[in-house]
Design a protein around this ligand. Structure first.
Ligand code: ZN
Length: 123
């Protein structure tokens, strides 16, 4: 199939992208005008919800007196609010992050009380 130059209307050789008559670069057949708008259709996972979930998971290993769990809970809560507002994915991550984070805070506080009791016992 022959193509024609959009600039001068001259017939182009098959597979040719440059018009031999006027020298204009001519794009090939069916080139989409805009390929950047496709990202709008796919909903992405909220990064804060995912980060909060990961931090909360880490708090199970490194509790640090419940502080890591508190950070995870805060990140997950912000992520949950934002993903609802922006209609993003990651609700499961945010919810799990909050639950695990809250558990880590309680665990952290319990550890401190336990530690204080142990110290008092030996004093
Ligand atoms: Zn031309």
């Amino acid at each position: 199939m022959s193509k024609f130059c959009v600039n001068c209307g001259a017939e182009l050789k098959d597979g040719g992208d440059i018009c031999l008559k006027c020298g204009k670069l001519v794009n090939g057949e069916n080139t989409p005008a805009s390929t950047t708008t496709t990202s709008n259709t796919t909903t992405k996972t909220n990064s804060l919800a995912l980060a909060g979930f990961i931090v909360s998971l880490c708090s199970l290993i490194i509790n640090f007196a419940g502080i890591v769990g508190a950070v995870g809970t805060i990140l997950s809560s912000i992520g949950l609010a934002k993903l609802k507002k922006n209609n993003e994915k990651g609700f499961g991550f945010a919810l799990t992050g909050i639950i695990i984070g809250a558990f880590s805070i309680i665990w952290g506080i319990w550890s401190i009380i336990n530690l204080v009791n142990t110290i008092n016992y030996y004093l």
